[in-house]
Design a protein around this ligand. Structure first.
Ligand SMILES: [Zn+2]
Length: 195
């Protein structure tokens, strides 16, 4: 999970007309997260259309069903695991409103809570939260990490300075906000003094 800047609502009248799935608004949310799930950072549209997430569940907060600040772009897995779970006192990390790196960090393919953060722990938990360390995510994150690790090895084994500089620039792009699992990749690059 990484910080996402919430876009302006392009079609407020759709929300006024009790339509929270309007394509204009969904596209704006999708573009803001670079087609990635707001919680797990998986790319979505190459497999299906993606869901509109009610950050505070509409079953518990009906007045927020058509409230722009309560909507996000999410994958079906995160949506399905989260269901109607939500606790106001230890709310899930909201990447549209705060920087997740204050509460969570990446250790290899795993996401962990930071400095004892209860909100981090609950957000990560599969029982209480969204399940950010589920097996399929660990597998995909490991694939990405292994691929970037190979590129790091190759970069530092290159004797040619110009080629190494070019490889370093390419590596820095691997943790861009548009890349899958950028939180984990950023941690790997930082550990190797590349960022
Ligand atoms: Zn997800």
């Amino acid at each position: 999970m990484i910080r996402i800047i919430r876009p302006n609502c392009p079609n407020a009248s759709a929300l006024s007309n009790e339509n929270y799935k309007h394509t204009d608004n969904k596209k704006a949310l999708k573009d803001a997260s670079h087609d990635k799930c707001m919680y797990c950072e998986s790319k979505i549209s190459h497999v299906y259309y993606g869901d509109i997430e009610h950050i505070k569940p509409k079953s518990k907060y009906p007045s927020l069903e058509y409230e722009w600040s309560n909507l996000g772009f999410v994958c079906s897995k995160c949506n399905g695991i989260k269901k109607n779970k939500y606790n106001e006192s230890t709310s899930y990390i909201n990447p549209y409103e705060e920087d997740p790196s204050k509460y969570i960090l990446a250790l290899g393919a795993l996401v962990k809570q930071k400095k004892g953060s209860e909100r981090g722990e609950i957000t990560i938990s599969e029982n209480l939260g969204i399940g950010l360390n589920r097996a399929q995510l660990l597998e995909r994150r490991n694939e990405r990490l292994n691929s970037v690790q190979k590129a790091i090895d190759s970069c530092f084994r290159t004797a040619n300075t110009a080629l190494r500089e070019q490889a370093l620039e390419e590596l820095k792009n691997e943790c861009g906000a548009d890349k899958e699992y950028s939180l984990c990749i950023e941690a790997l690059l930082s550990s190797n003094d590349i960022l």
